[in-house]
Design a protein around this ligand. Structure first.
Ligand code: HEM
Length: 395
């Protein structure tokens, strides 16, 4: 482990956010199991990450409990009412055991009571119509518009819950889970969580949740927590996935041609490959319930493991030419949707967004050129990989 290699993962290195993949590769090759200064164990290889995601010997750690322990420090001398723990209290990805199982079944039932084929196909048409006369546009705005359109059709948002408000809420909610977050940022997230209570309208989605949760003692804040996690999980990852996928395909003439000619079966394979390549959620965390040995190294129970999902998805021992999008990759056991009991609940929806959207979107966007005079802007988040601006102009 550490000490033997000078290669260390350092998210504060210049240009890390522009492209974290070279350091992931170095870590996989020279120092795949590292300890950071907080005692977290960082894992970069597929052989280590995949089995932990699937294992019942590891669990997630409660984000709400973490916030509870930090709130007196974060809000010291601040007039703000702390709302971080309350809002994240029912976020499925941070719950274990019975409550997790129950909420997963409930949210799954409610989510899949909607006809996503129809919602997504309508959103594709509406999005293309909306941007039809634009002479220049940002692929990020295009993706945001599309995902917002789908989300707002089912979750139930108040009229003033504009695209901008949803974007801000979703982004700050995603940031709340990042590994190094400043006190100032937590204060901003808290403010946004308090305001966000007003975003959701009484809706069919909420009534279905209430019906399905009958028997569980749920308060208004608990429903809000579930709505907040649905919005964030739905919006943030899908938007990042689509943006980076579209940008990568539009930058590569062969891929662009491939998409335009592809049949539905080829689009399905390519969808899976793009999700592997993009891996919007780059890391996740697990704690071991008992002592474990990983590749000859012993870890006592309660160790915090930071799992490099995105790095594992580029592991050359599993994927040939991992840094390329190969539209014909037939075997693709990627981990972009996680695994085990916390496997992404929205994976089917996320796949459909690309399967239905990719071809018509690339056909529409091919008349634009990537604007090389305007640099790409990447978000400075470690756990989520976010493209914040990618401008294109009409040829
Ligand atoms: C490309 C898009 C997406 C990606 C890459 C993605 C990725 C992930 C990953 C990696 C996890 C597991 C986290 C962990 O184990 O720590 C997860 C969980 C989850 N995702 Fe997604 N997601 C996507 C889209 C969606 C969508 C559209 C929804 C719809 C609401 C959604 C809802 C959820 C939920 C509720 C969980 C928690 C599941 C649980 O803990 O039981 N995701 N997602």
């Amino acid at each position: 482990m550490d000490g033997k290699s000078t290669i260390k993962w350092n998210p504060f290195a210049p240009d890390y956010f522009i492209d974290p993949y070279p350091i992931y590769e170095l870590c996989r090759q020279h120092n795949p199991i590292q300890k950071d200064s907080f005692g977290n164990i960082l894992l970069f290889k597929y052989r280590d990450v995949a089995p932990i995601l699937d294992s019942a010997d590891f669990e997630v750690s409660s984000l709400a409990t973490y916030f509870e322990s930090k709130e007196s420090y974060i809000f010291k001398n601040s007039p703000q009412c702390p709302f971080l723990a309350k809002t994240t209290n029912k976020w499925l990805m941070y719950l274990n055991g019975d409550i997790h199982r129950k909420l997963r079944i409930v949210l799954g039932k409610v989510l899949f009571s909607y006809n996503y084929d129809k919602l997504i196909q309508e959103a594709v048409k509406d999005c293309i119509r909306h941007f039809e006369d634009f002479k220049e546009l940002d692929i990020v705005d295009f993706s945001k518009y599309f995902i917002y359109h789908i989300l707002s059709q089912f979750i139930g948002l108040k009229d003033f819950a504009s695209l901008e408000k949803v974007v801000e809420f979703s982004n700050l909610a995603a940031k709340s889970q990042d590994i190094f977050v400043s006190k100032q940022m937590y204060l901003k997230i808290n403010e946004c969580f308090i305001e966000g209570k007003g975003l959701f309208a009484e809706s069919n989605f909420k009534s279905k949740l209430i019906r399905e949760l009958d028997g569980l003692e749920f308060e208004e804040d608990d429903y809000y927590s579930l709505l907040a996690v649905t919005l964030m999980a739905f919006f943030e990852t899908s938007k990042d996935n689509l943006t980076i996928t579209l940008y990568t395909i539009l930058s590569n003439p062969n891929l662009k041609e491939f998409v335009i000619r592809a049949d539905q079966k080829e689009i399905k394979l390519l969808t899976e490959e793009c999700i592997r390549y993009v891996s919007p959620l780059q890391f996740t965390v697990r704690i071991n319930k008992k002592d474990v040995t990983i590749f000859g190294q012993h870890f006592s129970a309660g160790t915090r493991f930071v799992l490099g999902i995105a790095s594992a998805n580029r592991d050359e021992e599993i994927f040939d030419f991992p840094d390329e999008i190969n539209p014909n990759r037939q075997v693709n056991p990627h981990l972009a949707f996680g695994g085990g009991t916390h496997l992404c609940l929205g994976a089917l929806i996320a796949r459909k967004e690309i399967e239905f959207g990719l071809k018509p979107m690339v056909k529409f966007l091919q008349k634009f050129d990537i604007d090389s005079t305007q640099p790409l802007e990447w978000g400075n988040q470690i756990f989520m990989r976010t493209l914040e601006s990618a401008k294109i102009t009409l040829r």
